[in-house]
Design a protein around this ligand. Structure first.
Ligand code: NAD
Ligand code: UPG
Length: 475
């Protein structure tokens, strides 16, 4: 190992955030040594191959450029902590499943464990950076664990939440809207923050690197996700009203979004938001509000989740109701399973809830997604819906993962668009129509396809928040 490094960074947690974030730091800062560590040998082994543990456009190229140069992956956590000047904690902080706050509070046990490991093995003081999304004031707990080391070592704790979105992680990291760094407002705290600023300043314009106190930084992350999810729930609530009145939700998104004060983005109706962050972080915010006795604030944010649940359920019910109130024994093709395009991530994917409902209705579901692995579908189904092959014997036999969309649609009664993958727009829908049972239904949960063209082919199309031409006409 060269000793000429400008700085040495260790990141605990080689997941969706730790891996891409550190890869981009390594790319942009060739003189900084970056090592990503994890307790999972399997995860680290995969990062050392070209079959990376996560799919993210552009990630492999960045990893290939830096791996072995200044980007390393290891399970030797103690050695890497010892070598590092700055240690990022980028571990998972899922919603608690048991005990006080179960179903709402974030479980920060992995963060605490990282702090304990650092306190145990470090022989010199370090800057410890919370990269994970955590409840406000977690830095206090981390600092207390670190300061209780018996070696008299001094640690500085910073908050540096991550705002990347999956599917666009590399672009987001290369050109972030902002980098947020929170620190203690003491001389040592400000010096630590300045050191982290200097890392990002290798490629992020200085005016886009914001420094705040610790608590503002921690809380800003939860607030950003709550605001984004609130927009999705807002437009989804309007999609239901559009279906009842003959208004068109896409025309509304356009008309409303052109107001600069509102903005165009995040007004795309869907079958509900998914992903590992939105629901978890809003629940975390709701729990914090309740903890501080702010029950009205808690109820306000909880409504964003309730609206999301309503939207997911509404979509399944629409399918069954439109198909003569029964899908029992019918083949249904599900195109897309990931929670958004350009990722294989299925955590909290809304497709899972539609699949669950269709299995309950005894349909035969054929799923095609370009990136999702079948085993990941079952892990998430068990974790989030409590459904597995032991308690639902029909589950695995009534769900087929198809090799392509054409196979999924052959002899199907309905085709569902659940993820907005670009390739779904390029298919030969005439050929698909001819291979399907009649009437052939399309339920477009993303408003991805050309509905007029599909109707001209012969499909019966139901699209989210779009007027049904059989039901509504102009004046
Ligand atoms: N996924 C996202 O898009 C995203 C974006 C912004 C922020 N976040 C936040 O970042 C954090 C990490 O999320 P993620 O999606 O990368 O999670 P992840 O589950 O993909 O990865 C977490 C990794 O941490 C490892 N880990 C757990 N405990 C450890 C320990 N004690 N020492 C070393 N490694 C340990 C796990 O083995 C796992 O590989 C969460 O708090 C999340 O809310 C996620
Ligand atoms: O107009 C929209 C925009 C998004 N979604 C859905 O919302 C979910 C989340 O999408 P997105 O925010 O793009 O992806 P995430 O990877 O979950 O990223 C969010 O969560 C991350 C984890 O905290 C944050 O870092 C990001 O800033 C934040 O956008 C997905 O199911 C999308 O399909 C919609 O339905 N309509």
């Amino acid at each position: 190992m060269s000793d000429d490094w400008e700085l040495k960074i260790c990141c605990m947690g080689a997941g969706y955030v730790g891996g891409p974030t550190m890869a981009v730091i390594a790319k942009r800062c060739p003189k900084i040594r970056v090592c990503v560590v994890d307790i999972s040998q399997k995860q680290i082994d995969a990062w050392k191959t070209d079959d990376l543990p996560i799919y993210e456009p552009g990630l492999l190229e960045v990893v290939q450029e830096c791996r072995g140069r200044n980007l390393f992956f290891s399970t030797d956590i103690a050695a890497e902590i010892e070598a590092a000047d700055i240690i990022f904690i980028s571990v998972n902080t899922p919603t608690k499943t048991q005990g006080i706050g179960a179903g709402r509070a974030a479980n920060i046990k992995n963060c605490e464990l990282c702090a304990r490991t650092i306190a145990d093995v470090a022989t010199t003081g370090k800057i410890v950076v919370e990269k994970s999304t955590v409840p406000v004031r977690t830095a206090q707990a981390i600092a207390r664990v670190l300061q209780s080391n018996e070696k008299g070592l001094k640690f500085q704790v910073l908050s540096n939440p991550e705002f990347l979105a999956e599917g666009t992680a590399i672009a987001d990291l290369m050109k972030p809207d902002r980098v947020l760094i929170g620190g203690q407002q003491s001389e040592e705290g400000l010096a630590a923050a300045a050191k982290l600023v200097s890392v990002y300043a290798h490629w992020v314009p200085r005016e886009q690197i914001i420094t705040t106190n610790l608590w503002s930084s921690e809380l800003s992350k939860l607030v950003a996700n709550a605001f984004l999810a609130q927009r999705v729930s807002s437009i989804n609530s309007i999609s239901a009203l559009c279906e009842a009145t003959g208004a068109d939700v896409l025309e509304i998104s356009r008309a409303v979004g052109m107001d600069d004060r509102i903005g165009k983005r995040f007004l795309q109706p869907s079958i509900g938001f998914g992903g590992s962050c939105f629901q978890k972080d809003i629940l975390n915010l709701v729990y914090l509000c309740e903890t501080y006795g702010l029950n009205e604030c808690a109820a306000y944010w909880n409504q964003v989740i309730l609206m999301n649940d309503f939207q997911k359920k509404r979509f399944s019910e629409k399918i069954v109701a439109s198909m003569f109130n029964t899908v029992t024994g019918k083949k249904i093709a599900m195109l897309g399973y990931a929670f958004k395009k350009d990722t294989g991530d299925v955590r909290e994917t809304p497709s899972m809830f539609v699949l669950r409902d269709l299995v309950h209705e005894q349909a035969h579901v054929h799923v095609y997604d370009p990136q999702v692995k079948r085993e990941d579908m079952w892990i998430e189904m068990d974790y989030t819906c409590g459904m597995n092959k032991d308690n639902t014997p029909r589950l695995e036999e009534s769900v087929v993962t198809a090799p392509d969309a054409y196979a999924a649609c052959e002899k199907a009664h309905a085709l569902l668009i659940l993820t907005e993958w670009d390739e779904f727009k390029t298919y030969d829908y005439k050929k698909i129509y001819e291979s399907m049972m009649k009437p052939a239904f399309v339920f477009d949960g993303r408003n991805l396809l050309d509905h007029d063209a599909l109707r001209a082919i012969g499909f019966e199309v139901h699209a989210l928040g779009k007027p049904d031409p059989l039901k509504f006409s102009d004046l």
